[in-house]
Write a protein that binds this ligand. Structure first.
Ligand code: ADP
Ligand code: MG
Length: 682
């Protein structure tokens, strides 16, 4: 037997069980070993019964307790009206006795004998009939220990998996340590074998925590190390060293129709300094929607082009590519710089001004079509990618190929606000410039949580805006009803795009033109609707979160969001950024069907905070990273153990990764592990 052995050869696993295990993703012993418990029941903190019963007046409803006691007596009883079996027992420890009840588990009467000692964990509740405290439907354990709870599937219990793991203990002992000894010592980490063993069979709460910490460290360390290594790989290359013509840059700034913000100037300067070096730039420009990233990119482009090199800018959709193309043409053409747009359709370069036809525009803007040009772009000095997370690493690397010994400088742009600690991990391979300030002329989007009773008023408001030729978005979390799995019977109906579209177009706004947009539509179809909406052919667009982040529709003034509590604050902020892009006062209306006070408080931050970074920071502490950005971007931070708001751990893991990155060849096992961990990051 070894780590690659199929689980079906384990004692107690037949073909049927093997099939069920496969459904859980468990085929080999390694899979089994790395199928860590979902949670734990802690039966180690034993309370004395007298302590529990003396607390009669306390709020006891959600009070979970563990006791170690002897069964005094146990009987089954049937309730008269409903056909229920209630098993009632009295148990006692040295300090007192307590009533225990179970529902519909009649076999317990036979299993638990008077005089037997058991450990019980359950809720303490007040029994209104006997006026006594009782323990309700407790779980049982043989002794005071921490019990792992695994993800279950039909026919596979957590208990069964725990038993299998006892059989593979010897295999866990064969797992080889991959973290270098110096790191283990410096950060006082528990060894990998011990960590894994304790995750499955915790010795005690403290060791379990150390095991979890070790795994969290590993995730962040390996992730960070992978980024460090790719940074190192980039730095073995040279890039074209640009000469900076400051007079030209000042003239360029003067020629813009607006004054640059301080944050724009700072970011532009950081980028320009990178370009002046022969080390390839690898920088991220992170700024809110509308903060003016494109103009900053234009500075960089101008520098590169003035040095005789060309620039490529890739955006995830044609609309965005078009937008960049327009902006760049406006600001760069007056300085004699030619801009071309690569359209996907004919795989052909369209030149912005047909009269002065330029064969080889100095800057090429396009979608992924840029990757499929017949001839490679000659003399490419810099690559800019907007919303990099929408492309694969391979697509990026295709543009960044080394030619004549030179690698193009790389500028990545994103409108997703990423808190500082998080960017330390996620963008460890990049230098980061932040535009944390909006142009001064921008009107704040007026944001309000709307009470359900005021729904009709909001619709009237949208109608008045529509009469002025203004556009409105209505965002729903889901596409259609099929996706809704009710969590309980009383759950409020959730808003779907298809239903809202029906309702709005037939009942509420039969006089207005309404379109719908969601992720199940073909991308061509989506782009067509967006283009039509932008052109003013519709008044209202009902959509899921697929609505493009960076899209500039100056006439859109209303962003109405249904079931707003279901989105992260960073995501809500991105929706909001789709309005208020012109000079008109814009509005963001938040609807919520949730009664939760916490959900309401969270939404209230939207009313007072207008910085995406601040909102992201709030959400990171309130809800954790998983729910902040929605599905589209979740892949970045899918850590199983690591908490990406844990600054201390992030700093330690990042520091450790930096320590070993330069001498990684000394640690072949670690290198191999980084490779494995890296595979699912691509
Ligand atoms: P984003 O950061 O979302 O990509 P853009 O670069 O598309 O933002 O800029 C949004 C709009 O703001 C554009 O029309 C741009 O010309 C304008 N803009 C950029 N910088 C400024 C500024 N400092 N003052 C006023 N308007 C600006
Ligand atoms: Mg943009």
């Amino acid at each position: 037997m070894n780590l690659e052995t199929k689980v079906q050869f384990l004692h107690g696993v037949g073909p049927k069980m093997a099939e069920r295990l496969e459904k859980l993703g468990v085929e080999t012993l390694t899979d089994l070993i790395y199928d860590f418990p979902r949670t734990y029941l802690d039966y180690t903190k034993i309370s004395k019964i007298a302590e529990i019963t003396s607390n009669k007046t306390q709020e006891t409803n959600s009070n979970n307790q563990t006791i170690k006691a002897k069964v005094i007596n146990i009987t089954n009883r049937r309730t008269s009206r409903r056909r229920f079996t209630v098993t009632e027992a009295v148990v006692a420890d040295a300090t007192g006795s307590l009533k225990v009840v179970w529902f519909n588990q009649p076999y317990l009467e036979k299993m638990l004998k008077a005089g037997q000692e058991i450990v019980l964990n359950g809720k303490i509740s007040f029994d209104p009939f006997s006026h006594q405290l009782q323990m309700e439907s407790p779980n049982r354990a043989n002794g005071p220990k921490i019990v792992p709870i695994y993800s279950e599937t039909v026919g596979i219990s957590s208990y069964y998996i725990a038993k299998l793991l006892v059989n593979v203990e010897a295999q866990i002992a064969n797992i080889k340590e991959y973290i270098p000894e110096i790191i283990i010592e410096k950060y006082n980490l528990i060894g990998i074998k011990d960590a894994i063993l304790n995750l499955h069979q915790p010795a005690d709460a403290e060791t379990l925590e150390r095991a979890q910490q070790r795994m969290a460290f590993d995730e962040l360390f390996l992730f960070s190390l992978q980024k460090q290594l790719s940074k190192r790989d980039i730095l073995v290359h040279r890039a074209a060293e640009m000469i900076i013509d400051e007079t030209f840059l000042r003239n360029f700034a003067e020629s813009l129709p607006f004054k640059l913000t301080v944050a724009q100037k700072k970011s532009a300067w950081q980028i320009i300094k990178d370009l002046a070096s022969d080390k390839p730039m690898n920088r991220l420009l992170n700024g809110d929607v509308g903060s003016g990233k494109t103009v900053v990119a234009a500075f960089a482009a101008a520098v590169v082009i003035k040095n005789g090199y060309r620039v490529a800018l890739m955006a995830p959709t044609e609309i965005l590519a078009n937008q960049h193309y327009q902006t760049l043409s406006d600001v760069l053409r007056p300085h004699g710089i030619s801009v071309g747009l690569v359209t996907a359709a004919e795989n052909k370069i369209k030149i912005e001004n047909k009269k002065s036809k330029v064969e080889n525009p100095e800057i090429l803007v396009g979608t992924h079509a840029l990757l499929h040009l017949k001839d490679p772009i000659e003399n490419l000095g810099m690559v800019i990618i907007d919303e990099q997370h929408r492309f694969g690493v391979n697509q990026r690397n295709k543009l960044l190929q080394v030619k004549n010994g030179l690698r193009p400088h790389f500028l990545s742009m994103t409108a997703t606000p990423i808190p500082r600690t998080m960017s330390l991990v996620v963008f460890a391979d990049l230098d980061v410039s932040v535009i944390d300030e909006m142009p001064a002329d921008r009107k704040k989007v007026q944001t309000e949580i709307i009470e359900p009773a005021d729904r009709a008023k909001s619709y009237e408001f949208i109608r008045r805006e529509a009469k002025k030729g203004h556009l409105a978005f209505v965002i729903c979390p889901l596409i259609e009803e099929k996706e809704i799995v009710k969590e309980n019977l009383f759950e409020q109906e959730r808003k779907t795009v298809t239903k809202e579209y029906e309702k709005l177009s037939k009942e509420i706004f039969p006089d207005l033109k309404i379109a719908m947009l969601h992720g199940k539509m073909k991308s061509k179809e989506k782009e067509l609707i967006m283009t039509d909406f932008k052109a003013g052919n519709y008044d209202i667009l009902v959509a899921t979160s697929v609505v493009e982040v960076g899209i500039d529709i100056p006439n859109a003034t209303v962003m109405l969001i249904e079931d707003a509590e279901r989105f992260g604050l960073a995501q809500l902020h991105q929706f909001r950024g789709r309005v208020g892009r012109g000079d008109k006062q814009s509005y963001c209306l938040l609807f919520s069907s949730s009664n939760s006070e916490i959900a309401h408080q969270r939404l209230a931050f939207m009313e007072t905070i207008s910085s995406g970074f601040e909102l992201a920071e709030k959400d990171l502490t309130l809800r954790g990273p998983g729910q902040m950005y929605g599905n589209e971007q979740s892949g970045f931070w899918d850590f199983r153990f690591a908490d990406i708001s844990d600054k201390m751990m992030i700093e330690r893991a990042t520091e450790a990764a930096k320590d070993v990155a330069s001498g990684i060849e000394k640690y072949p096992r670690l290198l191999e592990k980084v490779g494995e961990a890296g595979k699912h990051l691509e």
